[in-house]
Design a protein around this ligand. Structure first.
Ligand code: C2E
Ligand code: MG
Ligand code: MG
Ligand code: MG
Length: 284
Protein backbone atom coordinates (compact mmCIF):
# COMPACT_ATOMS: atom_id res chain seq x y z
CA UNK A 1 0.00 0.00 0.00
CA UNK A 2 2.83 2.37 0.90
CA UNK A 3 4.36 1.61 -2.44
CA UNK A 4 1.17 2.43 -4.28
CA UNK A 5 0.80 5.62 -2.29
CA UNK A 6 4.40 6.56 -3.03
CA UNK A 7 3.89 6.04 -6.68
CA UNK A 8 0.70 8.06 -6.60
CA UNK A 9 2.55 10.93 -5.02
CA UNK A 10 5.35 10.77 -7.47
CA UNK A 11 2.91 11.00 -10.34
CA UNK A 12 1.26 13.93 -8.65
CA UNK A 13 4.45 15.93 -8.27
CA UNK A 14 6.12 14.95 -11.49
CA UNK A 15 4.62 17.49 -13.90
CA UNK A 16 5.25 20.34 -11.48
CA UNK A 17 8.88 19.35 -10.93
CA UNK A 18 9.31 19.08 -14.64
CA UNK A 19 8.08 22.62 -15.23
CA UNK A 20 10.39 23.92 -12.52
CA UNK A 21 13.37 22.14 -14.03
CA UNK A 22 12.49 23.46 -17.46
CA UNK A 23 12.18 26.99 -16.14
CA UNK A 24 15.53 26.67 -14.41
CA UNK A 25 17.15 25.28 -17.52
CA UNK A 26 15.73 28.16 -19.58
CA UNK A 27 17.06 30.70 -17.08
CA UNK A 28 20.45 29.03 -17.09
CA UNK A 29 20.64 29.21 -20.87
CA UNK A 30 19.55 32.84 -20.66
CA UNK A 31 22.39 33.58 -18.20
CA UNK A 32 24.96 31.90 -20.49
CA UNK A 33 23.64 33.86 -23.43
CA UNK A 34 23.78 37.10 -21.42
CA UNK A 35 27.45 36.58 -20.60
CA UNK A 36 28.31 36.06 -24.27
CA UNK A 37 26.07 38.94 -25.39
CA UNK A 38 27.63 41.27 -22.79
CA UNK A 39 24.35 42.16 -21.15
CA UNK A 40 25.96 42.54 -17.75
CA UNK A 41 26.87 45.97 -16.53
CA UNK A 42 28.49 47.39 -13.41
CA UNK A 43 27.09 50.25 -11.39
CA UNK A 44 29.21 52.00 -8.76
CA UNK A 45 28.34 53.47 -5.38
CA UNK A 46 30.70 55.68 -3.34
CA UNK A 47 31.98 54.80 0.12
CA UNK A 48 32.47 57.98 2.11
CA UNK A 49 34.42 59.05 5.21
CA UNK A 50 31.87 59.99 7.91
CA UNK A 51 34.11 62.71 9.35
CA UNK A 52 34.93 64.60 6.14
CA UNK A 53 32.53 63.18 3.52
CA UNK A 54 35.54 62.51 1.37
CA UNK A 55 35.06 59.64 -1.11
CA UNK A 56 37.29 56.75 -0.04
CA UNK A 57 36.17 54.20 -2.56
CA UNK A 58 33.54 52.82 -4.87
CA UNK A 59 31.71 49.51 -4.71
CA UNK A 60 30.97 47.75 -7.99
CA UNK A 61 27.40 46.42 -8.11
CA UNK A 62 26.32 44.07 -10.86
CA UNK A 63 23.28 44.62 -13.09
CA UNK A 64 21.80 42.58 -15.93
CA UNK A 65 20.38 44.66 -18.73
CA UNK A 66 17.92 42.02 -19.91
CA UNK A 67 16.45 42.59 -23.39
CA UNK A 68 12.90 41.75 -22.23
CA UNK A 69 12.91 41.98 -18.46
CA UNK A 70 14.74 45.31 -18.12
CA UNK A 71 17.47 46.14 -15.61
CA UNK A 72 17.77 43.28 -13.10
CA UNK A 73 19.46 43.54 -9.71
CA UNK A 74 21.84 40.79 -8.59
CA UNK A 75 19.41 39.27 -6.08
CA UNK A 76 17.32 38.20 -9.09
CA UNK A 77 20.03 36.17 -10.84
CA UNK A 78 23.10 35.62 -8.62
CA UNK A 79 21.48 32.70 -6.75
CA UNK A 80 20.88 30.84 -10.03
CA UNK A 81 24.35 31.77 -11.31
CA UNK A 82 25.69 30.30 -8.08
CA UNK A 83 23.73 27.05 -8.48
CA UNK A 84 24.84 26.54 -12.05
CA UNK A 85 28.50 27.38 -11.53
CA UNK A 86 28.10 30.46 -13.73
CA UNK A 87 29.03 32.76 -10.86
CA UNK A 88 32.69 31.92 -11.57
CA UNK A 89 32.86 33.21 -15.18
CA UNK A 90 30.48 36.08 -14.34
CA UNK A 91 32.65 36.98 -11.35
CA UNK A 92 35.77 36.97 -13.51
CA UNK A 93 34.06 39.34 -15.91
CA UNK A 94 33.18 41.60 -12.95
CA UNK A 95 36.76 41.62 -11.66
CA UNK A 96 38.26 42.40 -15.06
CA UNK A 97 35.71 45.08 -15.85
CA UNK A 98 35.82 46.79 -12.45
CA UNK A 99 39.63 46.85 -12.21
CA UNK A 100 39.90 48.37 -15.69
CA UNK A 101 37.31 51.04 -14.86
CA UNK A 102 38.89 51.90 -11.50
CA UNK A 103 42.37 52.25 -12.97
CA UNK A 104 41.08 55.11 -15.15
CA UNK A 105 39.35 57.14 -12.43
CA UNK A 106 40.89 60.27 -10.97
CA UNK A 107 41.67 60.66 -7.30
CA UNK A 108 42.49 56.94 -7.10
CA UNK A 109 39.68 55.85 -4.80
CA UNK A 110 39.58 52.26 -3.62
CA UNK A 111 37.53 49.69 -5.53
CA UNK A 112 35.30 47.16 -3.75
CA UNK A 113 34.14 44.00 -5.56
CA UNK A 114 31.69 41.41 -4.23
CA UNK A 115 32.60 37.72 -4.40
CA UNK A 116 29.95 34.99 -4.26
CA UNK A 117 30.53 31.94 -2.03
CA UNK A 118 31.04 29.74 -5.09
CA UNK A 119 33.57 32.13 -6.51
CA UNK A 120 35.37 32.32 -3.18
CA UNK A 121 35.57 28.52 -3.03
CA UNK A 122 36.87 28.27 -6.59
CA UNK A 123 40.50 27.17 -6.96
CA UNK A 124 41.19 29.69 -9.72
CA UNK A 125 40.18 32.73 -7.64
CA UNK A 126 43.64 34.09 -6.79
CA UNK A 127 44.81 33.69 -10.36
CA UNK A 128 41.68 35.49 -11.62
CA UNK A 129 42.21 38.34 -9.15
CA UNK A 130 45.87 38.83 -10.03
CA UNK A 131 45.11 38.56 -13.76
CA UNK A 132 42.47 41.30 -13.48
CA UNK A 133 44.86 43.55 -11.52
CA UNK A 134 47.68 42.97 -13.95
CA UNK A 135 45.55 43.59 -17.05
CA UNK A 136 44.29 46.89 -15.60
CA UNK A 137 47.59 47.97 -14.06
CA UNK A 138 45.69 48.53 -10.81
CA UNK A 139 47.80 48.46 -7.61
CA UNK A 140 46.54 45.52 -5.47
CA UNK A 141 46.18 47.81 -2.44
CA UNK A 142 43.37 49.63 -4.20
CA UNK A 143 41.23 46.49 -4.51
CA UNK A 144 38.99 45.32 -1.70
CA UNK A 145 37.14 42.01 -1.99
CA UNK A 146 33.83 41.68 -0.13
CA UNK A 147 32.72 38.27 1.05
CA UNK A 148 29.62 37.33 3.04
CA UNK A 149 29.34 34.91 5.93
CA UNK A 150 27.90 32.34 3.54
CA UNK A 151 31.37 32.12 1.98
CA UNK A 152 33.19 31.45 5.25
CA UNK A 153 30.87 29.11 7.14
CA UNK A 154 31.59 26.16 4.85
CA UNK A 155 35.12 25.18 5.79
CA UNK A 156 37.22 27.28 8.16
CA UNK A 157 40.57 25.78 7.12
CA UNK A 158 39.97 26.32 3.42
CA UNK A 159 38.65 29.83 4.12
CA UNK A 160 41.76 30.78 6.04
CA UNK A 161 43.99 29.39 3.32
CA UNK A 162 42.18 31.37 0.61
CA UNK A 163 42.20 34.56 2.69
CA UNK A 164 45.93 34.28 3.26
CA UNK A 165 46.62 33.69 -0.41
CA UNK A 166 44.50 36.71 -1.38
CA UNK A 167 46.17 38.90 1.22
CA UNK A 168 49.56 37.80 -0.07
CA UNK A 169 48.55 39.42 -3.37
CA UNK A 170 48.18 42.69 -1.47
CA UNK A 171 44.39 43.06 -1.77
CA UNK A 172 42.13 43.93 1.14
CA UNK A 173 39.28 41.77 2.43
CA UNK A 174 35.96 42.96 3.83
CA UNK A 175 33.27 40.99 5.60
CA UNK A 176 30.00 42.09 3.98
CA UNK A 177 26.51 42.25 5.57
CA UNK A 178 27.92 41.72 9.05
CA UNK A 179 25.31 40.93 11.66
CA UNK A 180 23.02 38.89 9.42
CA UNK A 181 23.31 35.14 8.93
CA UNK A 182 25.24 33.09 11.45
CA UNK A 183 27.57 35.88 12.41
CA UNK A 184 29.86 34.70 15.08
CA UNK A 185 32.42 36.85 16.80
CA UNK A 186 34.73 33.89 16.31
CA UNK A 187 35.04 34.81 12.63
CA UNK A 188 36.45 38.19 13.53
CA UNK A 189 39.02 36.56 15.75
CA UNK A 190 39.86 33.80 13.29
CA UNK A 191 39.94 35.56 9.94
CA UNK A 192 42.19 38.45 8.89
CA UNK A 193 39.56 40.90 7.63
CA UNK A 194 40.62 44.46 6.94
CA UNK A 195 37.08 45.73 7.18
CA UNK A 196 33.62 44.87 8.42
CA UNK A 197 30.55 46.20 6.64
CA UNK A 198 27.70 46.63 9.08
CA UNK A 199 24.48 45.43 7.51
CA UNK A 200 21.77 47.84 6.47
CA UNK A 201 19.32 46.27 8.91
CA UNK A 202 21.27 47.95 11.76
CA UNK A 203 21.73 51.29 9.99
CA UNK A 204 18.08 51.58 9.01
CA UNK A 205 16.74 52.63 12.38
CA UNK A 206 19.80 54.29 13.81
CA UNK A 207 18.73 57.36 15.76
CA UNK A 208 15.32 55.76 16.36
CA UNK A 209 16.31 52.59 18.08
CA UNK A 210 18.56 52.52 21.11
CA UNK A 211 19.33 48.87 20.30
CA UNK A 212 20.66 49.65 16.83
CA UNK A 213 22.73 52.55 18.15
CA UNK A 214 24.20 50.24 20.77
CA UNK A 215 24.92 47.43 18.31
CA UNK A 216 26.61 49.72 15.79
CA UNK A 217 28.64 51.31 18.59
CA UNK A 218 29.70 47.94 19.98
CA UNK A 219 30.62 46.45 16.59
CA UNK A 220 32.60 49.58 15.75
CA UNK A 221 34.66 49.55 18.93
CA UNK A 222 35.12 45.80 18.70
CA UNK A 223 36.50 46.17 15.17
CA UNK A 224 38.66 49.09 16.21
CA UNK A 225 40.24 46.85 18.84
CA UNK A 226 40.84 44.19 16.21
CA UNK A 227 42.39 46.74 13.87
CA UNK A 228 39.55 46.43 11.35
CA UNK A 229 37.76 49.33 9.70
CA UNK A 230 33.96 49.55 9.70
CA UNK A 231 31.61 50.77 6.98
CA UNK A 232 27.92 51.25 7.66
CA UNK A 233 25.75 50.20 4.71
CA UNK A 234 22.46 51.75 3.65
CA UNK A 235 22.94 55.23 5.11
CA UNK A 236 20.02 57.33 3.91
CA UNK A 237 19.75 60.28 6.33
CA UNK A 238 21.89 62.96 7.92
CA UNK A 239 20.66 61.81 11.32
CA UNK A 240 22.01 58.30 10.71
CA UNK A 241 25.31 59.77 9.57
CA UNK A 242 25.59 61.85 12.75
CA UNK A 243 25.06 58.81 14.97
CA UNK A 244 27.63 56.83 12.99
CA UNK A 245 30.20 59.56 13.36
CA UNK A 246 29.50 59.82 17.08
CA UNK A 247 29.86 56.04 17.46
CA UNK A 248 33.26 56.15 15.77
CA UNK A 249 32.21 54.41 12.56
CA UNK A 250 34.60 55.98 10.06
CA UNK A 251 32.96 55.00 6.77
CA UNK A 252 29.45 55.12 5.35
CA UNK A 253 27.74 54.10 2.15
CA UNK A 254 24.19 54.72 1.01
CA UNK A 255 21.60 56.72 -0.88
CA UNK A 256 22.43 59.80 1.26
CA UNK A 257 25.56 60.24 -0.84
CA UNK A 258 24.53 58.56 -4.06
CA UNK A 259 22.57 55.71 -5.59
CA UNK A 260 24.72 53.23 -7.51
CA UNK A 261 25.35 54.74 -10.97
CA UNK A 262 26.71 53.57 -14.34
CA UNK A 263 30.49 53.68 -14.89
CA UNK A 264 30.20 56.56 -17.34
CA UNK A 265 28.70 58.78 -14.65
CA UNK A 266 31.38 58.10 -12.03
CA UNK A 267 33.77 60.95 -12.92
CA UNK A 268 30.87 63.46 -12.72
CA UNK A 269 29.70 61.88 -9.46
CA UNK A 270 33.20 62.20 -7.97
CA UNK A 271 33.31 65.85 -9.08
CA UNK A 272 29.87 66.53 -7.58
CA UNK A 273 30.81 65.01 -4.21
CA UNK A 274 34.12 66.87 -4.30
CA UNK A 275 32.38 70.18 -4.98
CA UNK A 276 29.91 69.56 -2.16
CA UNK A 277 32.93 69.07 0.09
CA UNK A 278 34.51 72.34 -0.99
CA UNK A 279 31.26 74.26 -0.52
CA UNK A 280 30.87 72.77 2.92
CA UNK A 281 34.42 73.86 3.79
CA UNK A 282 33.74 77.41 2.58
CA UNK A 283 30.49 77.63 4.52
CA UNK A 284 31.89 76.41 7.79
P1 C2E B 1 25.79 44.40 -0.96
O1 C2E B 1 27.15 44.05 -1.41
O2 C2E B 1 25.54 44.43 0.49
O3 C2E B 1 25.49 45.78 -1.67
C1 C2E B 1 24.70 46.79 -1.09
C2 C2E B 1 23.31 46.79 -1.64
O4 C2E B 1 22.54 47.78 -0.97
C3 C2E B 1 23.21 47.15 -3.12
O5 C2E B 1 22.11 46.44 -3.67
C4 C2E B 1 22.91 48.64 -3.07
O6 C2E B 1 22.27 49.11 -4.24
C5 C2E B 1 22.01 48.70 -1.89
N1 C2E B 1 22.04 50.02 -1.23
C6 C2E B 1 23.06 50.89 -1.18
N2 C2E B 1 22.75 51.99 -0.46
C7 C2E B 1 21.48 51.80 -0.03
C8 C2E B 1 20.59 52.61 0.79
O7 C2E B 1 20.90 53.70 1.25
N3 C2E B 1 19.36 52.08 1.01
C9 C2E B 1 18.98 50.88 0.50
N4 C2E B 1 17.74 50.45 0.77
N5 C2E B 1 19.79 50.10 -0.25
C10 C2E B 1 21.03 50.56 -0.51
P2 C2E B 1 22.23 45.68 -5.07
O8 C2E B 1 23.09 46.46 -6.00
O9 C2E B 1 20.86 45.29 -5.50
O10 C2E B 1 23.04 44.38 -4.69
C11 C2E B 1 22.52 43.41 -3.83
C12 C2E B 1 23.56 42.38 -3.46
O11 C2E B 1 23.94 41.61 -4.59
C13 C2E B 1 24.86 43.00 -2.95
O12 C2E B 1 24.72 43.37 -1.60
C14 C2E B 1 25.82 41.85 -3.16
O13 C2E B 1 25.74 40.92 -2.11
C15 C2E B 1 25.27 41.20 -4.41
N6 C2E B 1 26.11 41.63 -5.56
C16 C2E B 1 26.16 42.84 -6.17
N7 C2E B 1 27.08 42.84 -7.16
C17 C2E B 1 27.64 41.61 -7.16
C18 C2E B 1 28.67 40.99 -7.95
O14 C2E B 1 29.31 41.58 -8.84
N8 C2E B 1 28.96 39.68 -7.65
C19 C2E B 1 28.31 39.01 -6.64
N9 C2E B 1 28.64 37.73 -6.41
N10 C2E B 1 27.35 39.56 -5.89
C20 C2E B 1 27.02 40.86 -6.14
MG1 MG C 1 29.00 44.40 -0.93
MG1 MG D 1 26.40 44.49 2.13
MG1 MG E 1 23.75 43.09 1.10
Amino acid sequence: RAKAEGRGRWRFFEPEMDTRMQLRRALELDLRRALAAEEFELFYQPIVETESRRVLGLEALLRWRHPERGLLSPDRFIPLAEETGLSVPIGEWVLTQACAAAAAWPGAPRLAVNLSPGQFANRGLCEAVSAALRAAGLPPGRLELEITEAAVVQDAEATLDTLHRLKALGVRIAMDDFGTGYSSLGYLKRFPFDKVKIDRSFTRDLDQSQQSDAIVGAVTSLCLGLDMATTAEGVETEAQLRVLHRKGCAEAQGFLFSHPCPAGEVPALLRRLDTALLEQAVLS
